[in-house]
Design a protein around this ligand. Sequence first.
Ligand SMILES: NC(=O)c1ccc[n+]([C@@H]2O[C@H](COP(=O)([O-])OP(=O)(O)OC[C@H]3O[C@@H](n4cnc5c(N)ncnc54)[C@H](OP(=O)(O)O)[C@@H]3O)[C@@H](O)[C@H]2O)c1
Length: 217
Amino acid sequence: MRIGILGSGNMADALGTQWTRAGHHVMVSGRDPAKARALAERLGPSARSGTFAEAAEFGDVVLVAVPYSAVADALTAAGAETGTLRDKMLIDCTNAVVPDRFTIDLPTGTSMAERISHQAVGARVVKAFNTCHESVWRLTPPVFEGRPLVVPLCGDDAEAIATVRTLVTDIGCEPADGGPLERASLLEATTAFMIGLWFRGVDAQAMLPPQKYGTGG
Ligand SMILES: NC(=O)c1ccc[n+]([C@@H]2O[C@H](COP(=O)([O-])OP(=O)(O)OC[C@H]3O[C@@H](n4cnc5c(N)ncnc54)[C@H](OP(=O)(O)O)[C@@H]3O)[C@@H](O)[C@H]2O)c1
């Protein structure tokens, strides 16, 4: 698969490393060509670097991996308003989390994923990989006490969901059906809440009962 990545920071590095190892071709991009080039060199021969527009053009799948406050500008630089992302499968891993307060910097009930979907005309957006720290996405594999990490996906396009499920499996995780894109706001808010717990030293995983108790036993 050809994967364009908007960004050349931590998430681009973590997921780009995993996906090139799994045999995919990756193009990382950024506002600093030297940084993007250095990352591509680190990722190896199946990786290259380019501009945001080149990465959007390159990928069958495009990962948005810039800070939430930079997403609109990065998408514009990628040509979103001119249709460069039309029909592309777009993965949104962003979190609009306010540092220290662990609230969401968006109007209630809205999501980064839906914003991206509105801006990137015709793109098939899937919310994924936003739930864990980048260090988790670097694990080979992200398996804890014998259980592969579950990665919830929200999206409206069946082919895009199926493709992202493959990319989740490729890194040793287990995809889960999170429902349509309208539920991305819940996934984003849940993630912000969990990050707040983790920063307070609470084991967020421990607040959930086993599945058999989830709907009343
Ligand atoms: N880090 C995590 O643990 C984690 C986990 C899950 C989800 N996420 C989400 O993933 C996204 C990327 O996070 P990250 O940790 O990879 O961030 P990062 O390491 O700071 O990298 C961000 C990338 O975006 C670029 N960028 C920053 N501001 C920009 C701007 N105004 N215009 C264009 N490009 C800009 C950076 O370029 P420069 O290098 O030139 O600054 C860099 O290439 C964020 O939305 C974050 O919420 C992060």
